[in-house]
Design a protein around this ligand. Structure first.
Ligand SMILES: C[S@@+](CC[C@H](N)C(=O)[O-])C[C@H]1O[C@@H](n2cnc3c(N)ncnc32)[C@H](O)[C@@H]1O
Length: 249
């Protein structure tokens, strides 16, 4: 299904107080590069279908609904109270950018009915709202993404003041949250470019066996073991320990 023309939105819709802020499809593509979902996905706050359309293009069977009628998907469905599927027989995941004033209710409801995964877009600082059920992964955009009122991306391009993130819950997982970055900056400064390379090389080095050994030397040194004792524990001579420490301390 193609997206309805932007102009018809305001005039034809009997609006609830929930405003329509549409998601840049590029933000959805970035999520789909990193997460796989069940082949059946529900977009329960679909708006004009910017998330749904991108999911469909990636091969998912998408069911779209919204509390309002924007001429896309099934209208007049309140996600918090209406039923969408036979919850006992059908499996699906949920992907949406919901209204933020209902963030907690939306997450609570989604976790009750999704079978495996829930992904929702929120301002990144909403992470503190979900301490009661931490998302498993949070993907933080390093640059602001476009969220356009009423699908008007031309008017809202680069105007966003908020930083966003995708929050992903694995249903049934309760534990620590991993934060990952989606580096979507068009340009990075020379300084960051240099740091990116240096740190990536360095982390590769530290993962080699020699790198690991040096890390262990540093750890034991920080715990106040003598060079001799460090050498004995790691089966390397004391002189090597001394030299490595000279390089790094
Ligand atoms: C931030 S907009 C996002 C639209 C779309 N998900 C997107 O990303 O382009 C939130 C949408 O949620 C809808 N909405 C608000 N409250 C809802 C509810 N209780 N149930 C279903 N949809 C709701 C609004 O009508 C609006 O379309």
């Amino acid at each position: 299904m193609s997206l309805p023309a932007q102009k018809s939105v305001r005039s034809s819709v009997e609006r609830h107080e929930n405003d329509l802020y549409t998601t840049d499809p590029e933000a959805v593509r970035q999520l789909l590069k990193r997460e796989k979902f069940h082949v059946d996905v529900l977009e329960p706050c679909a708006g004009l279908g910017h998330i749904s359309e991108e999911l469909s293009k990636h091969g998912y069977n998408v069911t779209s609904s919204d509390i309002n009628d924007y001429g896309y998907g099934t209208p007049n469905r309140d996600f918090l109270t209406d039923f969408f599927f036979d919850e006992h027989t059908q499996e699906f995941d949920i992907v949406t950018n919901p209204p933020y004033n209902l963030a907690i209710d939306m997450v609570q409801r989604a976790l009750l009915i999704a079978k495996q995964k829930v992904a929702m877009l929120f301002p990144y600082w909403y992470i503190t709202k979900f301490y009661w059920m931490p998302p498993r992964r949070v993907y933080l955009f390093t640059r602001k993404i476009d969220i356009a009122k009423d699908g008007n991306f031309d008017a809202y391009h680069n105007k966003n003041m908020k930083d966003y993130a995708w929050f992903v819950w694995d249903v049934g997982y309760y534990g620590d949250t991993i934060i990952k970055y989606i580096v979507n900056n068009k340009r990075v400064t020379k300084q960051v470019e240099k740091l990116e390379k240096e740190y990536s090389d360095m982390s590769k080095y530290w993962n080699t066996s020699k790198g690991n050994m040096k890390k262990e030397v540093l750890r034991l040194h920080s715990e106040k073991f003598s060079n001799r004792e460090i050498g004995r524990r790691l089966n390397i001579d004391e002189k090597t320990v001394r030299n490595w420490l000279k390089e790094n301390v």
